[in-house]
Design a protein around this ligand. Structure first.
Ligand SMILES: NC(=O)c1ccc[n+]([C@@H]2O[C@H](COP(=O)([O-])OP(=O)(O)OC[C@H]3O[C@@H](n4cnc5c(N)ncnc54)[C@H](OP(=O)(O)O)[C@@H]3O)[C@@H](O)[C@H]2O)c1
Length: 245
């Protein structure tokens, strides 16, 4: 069964599980190589889940785990972003990019966002300081940046490496980098589960600092159509597997 992230209620505990209880609302990640969240019931390691406060609905929570943790780990764990620095975030209208913009702005960084022409309004709404249309504008025109967060790879990644100033970092989640900054680091990573950080991210969602972009909400039976190859949907697609869930 596909599906990497979820929000729901604990139905049963594995032997020896501590820190969670049956009936508790939780959200988090399925194991990367195991998948399985697009189902009524799924087995997930307790450490991959965090408690979900009663006032956060499952639709918003389900949009948060992978995009939220990936954005956080990219910017701060791997990218070491600090206040006053400039970060170039690619694909700002997407799951990871949209959250990265919001977290970077909150941290006091200057954010240059990229995307397609139609993403400009979304980018501005998220609070970017500048927007680059990757098809029409010159990426090289943005000047030097401390950090690049690449979610696209390929030619976009190649064109981004020279923009990193000395001592800066290119972080990519798309594929192991084939280029690196002249005098900086290039990092590829795969998102790690982190219960404490999930709790921290959901608190941001509660107090309005963070808004994942939720696109379509579909029933489980519609999941194959929702994720059909070549189909394009804006924002995170949420599959509601149980009525009232
Ligand atoms: N390594 C990890 O741990 C990790 C974690 C999470 C995600 N990922 C990977 O990272 C990538 C991004 O994830 P996501 O959830 O943010 O995906 P997403 O929601 O599809 O966002 C990607 C964004 O980039 C835009 N984009 C892609 N190619 C573009 C191009 N050539 N020019 C301009 N804009 C372009 C997309 O626009 P359109 O929708 O219009 O194409 C979209 O807005 C995916 O490949 C995903 O599998 C890796």
């Amino acid at each position: 069964m596909p599906g990497h992230e979820l929000s729901g209620v604990v139905a049963e505990l594995g032997y020896g599980t501590t820190g969670l209880s049956v009936g508790q609302r939780v959200f988090g990640l399925a194991h990367w190589t195991q998948d399985g969240s697009l189902a009524e019931y799924t087995a997930v390691e307790a450490r991959n889940l965090a408690p979900l406060p009663a006032d956060v609905d499952h639709t918003a929570a389900a949009a948060l785990p992978i995009s939220g943790l990936t954005a956080w780990q990219a910017l701060f764990d791997h990218g070491r972003l600090t206040a006053g620095q400039t970060v170039l975030v690619h694909g700002v209208a997407g799951g990871v990019g949209s959250i990265a913009v919001q977290l970077a702005r909150e941290a006091g960084a200057r954010v240059i966002g990229t995307g397609r022409a139609g993403d400009r309004g979304t980018a501005v709404g998220l609070g970017v300081d500048a927007f680059v249309d990757l098809q029409a504008d010159r990426l090289e025109g943005v000047g030097e940046v401390d950090l690049v967060l690449d979610v696209i790879g390929g030619e976009v990644q190649e064109r981004s490496a020279p923009l990193v100033r000395a001592g800066g970092t290119l972080v990519t989640i798309a594929s192991p980098p084939e280029v690196r900054p002249r005098d900086g680091r290039a990092v590829f990573f795969v998102v790690e589960p982190d219960r404490a950080r999930l709790a921290d991210l959901v608190q941001r969602l509660r107090d309005g600092r963070l808004k994942p972009i939720v696109g379509e909400v579909r029933a489980l039976a519609e999941a194959p159509a929702a994720f059909a190859p070549g189909r394009h949907a804006r924002g995170k697609t949420i599959i509601r597997v149980m009525e009232g869930g």
